[in-house]
Design a binder for this molecule. Sequence first.
Ligand SMILES: [Mg+2]
Length: 392
Amino acid sequence: MAYVQRMSDEVRSADGAEPEDEASRPLRRILHLDMDAFYASVEQRDRPELRGKPVAVGGDPSRRGVVAAASYEARAYGVRSAIPMSRAVALCPSLQIVKPDIARYKAVSGEVFALFREVTPLVEPLSLDEAYLDVTENSWGEPLGMNVARRLKAAIREKTGLTASAGVAPNKFLAKIASGWKKPDGLTVIAPERVEAFLQKLPVDALWGVGPVTAGRLRGIGCSRLVDLRTVDENALRKAVGSFAEALRRLSFGDDRRPVHPDRERKSVSNEHTYDDDLADAEAIRAEVLRLARRTAAYCAARGIRARTVTLKVRYGDFTTITRSHTEKPATSDADALAERAARLLGRTSAGARPVRLLGVGVHGLEGPKVRDPSAPAGERDLLPFPDLDPG
Ligand SMILES: [Mg+2]
């Protein structure tokens, strides 16, 4: 599970919004639409010989590739996105491995997003195949979010031959959970009067952004259900999850006022690389960190973005992943300065003493022209925000 950072950022920014009294807030109709096994489904659509077969889109298993998307047939064997491809093959020896063709997925994504934007301008992309839509007002004049979702799913199927799952709810948090409730081709509606019953059923890790580390800490303080967060001791909660505490507690009441942002602002820029062979030499590791930092800095400089925080990510040979950050004002995009700070963060890791499988250098706390979050991930995993920041 991912996105803790992003989630808490968003919730925090919502905190800064104008206080409104309950009654004056109109009920919203938020949709979360999520294409089913997107990359794998596009491949199965375009290559009939792959239909009905376990398919994984991703990298070469002999070169430490990871699974980017798995068809439902592959999921039946336990193949999931983000696991090493070599492990996927071990789980499912008949797995059909397909190299990603991001340009083709982007083209399909463009068709899907064009359909979304016919209904409302309030479309917030989360990735190539996922978006929030605020359809409180919509160009079809449909009063029910459920009907908008139904019509959109049909339009997507007609236009692309693919299925999507939809969640309909009064806010983003619930809409996102709802869309994952019944997949593939699902439609789950959480009407306002059903919100409380729904919340009562959720485990803490159903929350978008609560990964295994955070979930373990929450269970450690007696919260295994989401609603347990309502009554747990405030200090214990803060100790367990830090600044995420207040946002989590609000979500446990189903309180999520985050608006749908049509042009999501990018919150971080990063470059990372997985090595074919673990790096064990301290000088080689340092050289790589400098190279990745310079690449990140160059991306920022080219767009006039400056950053306050540099984050180094290290994944050791045993897959343990750590991040170390350093914040300094004023914000900068100076390549030498950022590279030097990233390299200094190496001193707070065991890189070298322990072999390293992956290195990444990212920047956060961005200033300058607003940068649109890429609804389109780049062809490589470079230039994407760290996918797995977890506060721990
Ligand atoms: Mg999807």
